[in-house]
Write a protein that binds this ligand. Structure first.
Ligand SMILES: Cc1cc2nc3c(=O)[nH]c(=O)nc-3n(C[C@H](O)[C@H](O)[C@H](O)COP(=O)(O)OP(=O)(O)OC[C@H]3O[C@@H](n4cnc5c(N)ncnc54)[C@H](O)[C@@H]3O)c2cc1C
Length: 495
């Protein structure tokens, strides 16, 4: 049981995004309404911030936005840390432009702030967090809500359509699309709320890092001195911060949408992919802003429809699915028939087994798989059309289906900037057995339909493209580490 949401929020136009995470009441005597951002790192078109403003205006209080970055989140690396810090810097800049105070903490050996969210919360009237269905954000928000004495309200910022308006009974992508499509139009435009009080300037329980004034070189210094994995290099394909996201939106409008319908399935054509997924994962841009770009673009209607189907049907379906699962990252989320058939075939002879190190570095005996993996390794992203082949081949490269699941999640989560997302686990589960079972037979896969590399290899120039892609060389060799056991989050960190 949880508290009802406060009246001011219940009357807000985006109220279905909000749910209460505990039984505590709002305390109007607080100094501010705290808005703790974990992953939705943008100041505008951010329903978590807007919900906080809605309640704060009703209470006559300011909003205090907080973002913290620790060193011990799973897979912390130069690649992820720099991307997150760039987003956080721009969050602070744009909060100021919106008339909001934003405080930040970058955890490091000479500046530790144990229990900072609890201390910030103790001066608040209520705390807003994100309603994220996977990975660290979900676990931390739930744990925090169960231990604080402040009201904690979770807000969905990731989806265009709040999952709560869709009901709880959708069981397939087709049914999801049918329910989702007719209501999309209701959520394409949102009124931006304006804070009614001046930005918070009162006492704080810590000295905030001023990321807003950081240059890229300052950010590099934070990264350099952090106790994180320094062997995973940055990705030149994804410039940090809002400028990076805005450049991708411009590219979407000018280069991608006009040919999206035809080029989308062709990994050899860069214009077939928006490469927006890392910015979406870290909330630097939201689906509403992307859809506004799609609507403004001069592009064929079928290209716009196809793109909207990927962004709104497929992405939001995986969010919808994940929120109903107790642990979307776990092997047992794979459909029952797929687990049964894969486990029945676990003793099959496995001539394609590879070591974790060979897989990590894209040095297996499978040239196409290496080409896929090197996109993860070097770019921190992989083309959509390669990912299904990549996921399915891991089943044959590992000794049993549980190890296959753990390996796929590990490679995706450690290397890809868009990893650790509802789309990660939903798509890996789909590659291990989405849809209907096939005829039982093939060794190792049983009834799980397999996928060849033909859609890339047999295109004109495809074989040459794969050969070159498989030979790309990463700037560094990765530090090896044991395969994480699942669920790999529990007990890892508090805030
Ligand atoms: C095995 C496997 C693992 C995957 N892991 C991830 C992951 O970790 N993170 C992730 O965001 N996506 C993942 N996907 C989905 C998809 O491949 C990526 O979202 C897409 O390639 C991102 O590139 P893009 O932004 O250029 O996509 P575009 O083609 O430009 O599509 C626009 C947006 O639509 C959404 N989208 C497109 N395809 C899918 C899809 N199949 N499922 C869900 N959303 C989709 C993404 O948000 C994407 O940014 C995975 C797919 C497979 C088969």
């Amino acid at each position: 049981m949880t508290s009802p949401i406060p009246r001011a929020l219940a009357a807000w136009s985006e109220a279905p995004r909000v749910r209460s995470l505990n039984l505590c009441n709002v305390r109007p005597e607080g100094r501010y309404v705290l808005c703790w951002l974990q992953q939705a790192l943008r100041a505008r078109d951010n329903p978590v911030i807007d919900a906080a403003i809605c309640l704060a205006n009703d209470l006559g209080l300011p909003v205090l936005v907080y973002h913290g970055l620790r060193e011990d989140y799973p897979y912390a690396s130069d690649r992820l840390h720099r991307f997150i810090l760039g987003a956080s810097r721009d969050l602070a800049r744009e909060c100021r432009q919106r008339g909001l105070a934003c405080v930040q903490h970058v955890d490091r050996s000479d500046s530790r702030e144990k229990g900072l969210v609890y201390r910030l919360a103790s001066d608040s009237a209520a705390v807003f967090v994100e309603d994220q269905p996977t990975f660290v954000a979900r676990w931390q928000a739930e744990r925090f809500a169960s231990r604080t004495d402040r009201a904690v309200l979770a807000v969905n910022a990731a989806c265009l359509v709040p999952p709560a308006v869709l009901g709880d009974d959708i069981g397939s992508t087709t049914a999801f699309r049918r329910r989702h499509q007719p209501v999309r139009g209701d959520w394409l435009v949102a009124d931006e709320l304006h804070p009614a009080t001046a930005p918070y300037q009162g006492a704080l329980p810590f000295a905030s890092d001023q990321l807003e004034t950081c240059t890229d070189a300052d950010i590099d210094r934070f990264v350099e001195h952090a106790a994180i994995d320094h062997s995973l290099a940055l990705s030149p394909m994804f410039p940090i911060g809002r400028d990076g996201a805005l450049a991708k939106l411009e590219r979407l409008m000018d280069d991608v949408l006009p040919s999206y319908a035809a080029a989308r399935n062709d990994a050899t054509r860069p214009e077939g992919a928006s490469t927006l997924s890392p910015y979406l994962h870290f909330g630097v841009v939201g689906p509403r802003e992307i859809m506004a770009t799609v609507e403004a673009a001069v592009a064929p209607a079928n290209a716009k429809e196809k793109f909207a189907d990927e962004l709104l049907t497929w992405r939001e379906w995986f969010h919808y699915q994940a929120r109903a699962l107790p642990a979307p990252e776990r092997y047992d989320r794979i459909s029952g028939w797929a687990r049964d058939t894969l486990e029945a075939h676990a003793p099959d002879e496995r001539p394609d087994l590879e070591s974790l190190d060979a897989m990590l570095h894209g040095e297996t005996r499978d040239e196409t798989w290496n080409a896929c993996q090197r996109e993860f390794l070097i770019d921190g992203w992989m083309h959509n059309n390669l990912r299904m082949y990549w996921g399915k081949r891991i089943i044959a490269m590992t000794p049993d289906p549980k190890t296959a699941w753990a390996t796929a999640c590990y490679l995706n989560d450690r290397l890809s900037l868009d990893g650790r997302d509802p789309s990660t686990y939903g798509n890996i589960a789909a590659s291990f057995g989405g849809g209907a079972p096939g005829r039982d037979g093939p060794a190792v896969y049983g009834k799980v339909p397999n996928r060849s590399d033909g859609s890339t290899r047999h295109r004109p120039g495809g074989a040459e493209w794969l050969e070159t892609a498989a030979r790309r060389s990463p700037p560094t060799r990765l530090a090896s580490e044991p395969l994480p056991s699942e669920p790999y989050l529990e007990g890892k960190q508090d805030v």
